[in-house]
Design a protein around this ligand. Sequence first.
Ligand SMILES: N=c1c2ncn([C@@H]3O[C@H](COP(=O)(O)OP(=O)(O)OP(=O)(O)O)[C@@H](O)[C@H]3O)c2ncn1[C@@H]1O[C@H](COP(=O)(O)O)[C@@H](O)[C@H]1O
Length: 119
Amino acid sequence: MFLFLNEILQIQYTQERLKLQKAVDLSILSQIYQIIEDRSKTQPEGSYVCALLNDKKGINKILEKVGEEATETILAAKDGKRNEIIYETSDLLFHLMVMLFECGVTPEEIAAELYRRHK
Ligand SMILES: N=c1c2ncn([C@@H]3O[C@H](COP(=O)(O)OP(=O)(O)OP(=O)(O)O)[C@@H](O)[C@H]3O)c2ncn1[C@@H]1O[C@H](COP(=O)(O)O)[C@@H](O)[C@H]1O
């Protein structure tokens, strides 16, 4: 009886994990890119994306942020600080999405290139 219950719990656990894996994946990058496109069109007050896109330094402001976040990601990885690696990599990926938008390149084009290389 105990073994049977244990098996059911294991199956439920696996199903929950699969659901979570389905919901949490890098398609969030495409969603963020769409938000960036939307912010650019609607220009809402207090938007960080708009602050980046409208900065007087132009694309240089975005590139500075990409450089800064890349450096912070490298330092986090060098120190082996797992939580910081996750935090800084998220900052980096977000700023890369803003850069791609500014350059007129979509995340789907990057995905297509990665799939092309994938064997
Ligand atoms: N994913 C992000 C995201 N990640 C990081 N950031 C911002 O990026 C900045 C990171 O900069 P730093 O770590 O250097 O911190 P800082 O002190 O603000 O540095 P400075 O910019 O002042 O130099 C912070 O202000 C964060 O709030 C983000 N801002 C926005 N998004 C996404 O973009 C969407 C639109 O955001 P808004 O345009 O603000 O509505 C949000 O719904 C999110 O999905």
